[in-house]
Design a protein around this ligand. Structure first.
Ligand code: TXA
Ligand code: MG
Length: 329
């Protein structure tokens, strides 16, 4: 739990500064965008992102949209090509999200992109969202501000009914204008429609001068399946084999530990990293992708993973670990 008492404030002159301060110290802030209310966290802070997944009650770490104030800020986190640049210039600020390759030195936490090498970016057109992003000067990861499985909120009251007591702050900017989420287009190979939304397909195709390709995956599913080969990797898979629920360590294995009592054999491990020595699932979630990547680079036969309790964020951690351990096609 982030904060048992959720503050509700009107979107007046001071609101953006209060919201930015809350985000800066790792807090969770619901704010209006033109599409739906978003639940924001500092996208560069993995602890804040872990708390965000916890507050939403998501059973899996779906990748999140990084919201930024303008195109220049977007270019600091993502690589644009001619087509994505055209779309950004035509529709930003506005209800279009672009999935792009991460830029060199992209500051967005691995947990926010679910370990992908791509990042979803959007410049919202709502003045309150813009003011918050401008005041913070960092990308804000924000899924819709509802509990997992509920419909997206279009008023502050909807947000409060789902998330009161689970987040720090709600900025009430009145009902939203668009009411459906942003359209999501991936510009990785051929521009591809991942989710219909606030910008109609026809307008996007008019700007591009070509038809959008179709995604084969339902990205709103809580358990996304991989897209057609070569399109998008849905989840991060280490090259090293991953062995789950390890109770002892074999020769040549690296260890991904959890909790205070580390399993036997670890003194011979190729490398040991602990997701949370004090057994805290929020801390473990924040460390998950970074530790997996680090151990993947250590030339071990396998990465042995200690059991993680399947409660709270543990469910999402175990979901990701099972995907990482699944045989690769
Ligand atoms: O209008 C909106 O887009 C709202 C407001 C708050 O901005 N946000 C929103 O976020 O709808 P969310 O988390 O409910 O939906 C984001 C979608 C998810 O389906 C996720 O799978 C997809 O974007 N997504 C994010 N990053 C992605 C990536 N790198 N590749 C593919 N899909 C991605
Ligand atoms: Mg949503």
């Amino acid at each position: 739990m982030t904060d048992p008492s959720t503050q509700l404030i009107a979107a007046d002159a001071k609101a953006a500064e209060i919201a930015a301060q809350t985000l800066l110290r790792g807090g969770l802030v619901a704010f209006p965008t033109e599409t739906v209310y978003g639940l924001g966290a500092d996208a560069t802070n993995p602890q804040a992102i872990a708390r965000l997944y916890q507050a939403k009650g998501r059973p899996a770490f779906n990748p999140l949209i990084a919201h930024v104030a303008d195109l220049a800020a977007a270019q600091a986190i993502a690589r644009f090509d001619a087509q994505s640049l055209k779309l950004a210039q035509a529709f930003w600020p506005g209800p279009l999200t672009l999935v792009l390759p991460k830029a060199e030195g992209c500051p967005v936490a691995d947990l926010a992109t679910a370990g992908l090498d791509t990042v979803a970016v959007r410049v919202p057109a709502h003045p309150v969202a813009h003011a918050i992003l401008q005041a913070l000067g960092r990308p804000v990861a924000a899924p819709s501000a509802n509990l997992s499985g509920h419909v997206s909120p279009t008023t502050a009251a909807h947000v409060a009914s789902d998330l009161d007591g689970r987040i720090d702050l709600i900025v009430d900017g009145g009902p939203v204008r668009v009411g459906v989420e942003s359209t999501i287009v991936a510009c990785l190979k051929a521009p591809t429609m991942l989710r219909p939304g606030g910008v109609p397909r026809s307008e996007i195709e008019r700007v591009l001068g070509i038809a959008l390709a179709e995604a084969v995956e339902d990205i709103d599913s809580d358990t996304p399946q991989p897209l057609a080969p070569g399109m998008l990797a849905s989840h991060y898979a280490p090259r090293t084999k991953v062995r789950l629920n390890a109770s002892q360590l074999a020769d040549g294995e690296a260890l991904l530990a959890f909790g205070p009592s580390v399993i036997s054999g670890s003194e011979h491990a190729t490398a040991v990293l602990n997701l949370s020595p004090r057994g805290d699932l929020v801390e473990a979630a924040a460390n998950l992708f970074g530790h997996l990547r680090a151990l993947d680079g250590r030339g071990a036969h396998a990465i042995a993973v200690m059991p993680i309790p399947d409660e709270g964020l543990g469910e999402a951690i175990n979901d990701r670990l099972r995907r990482a351990a699944a045989p690769q096609e």
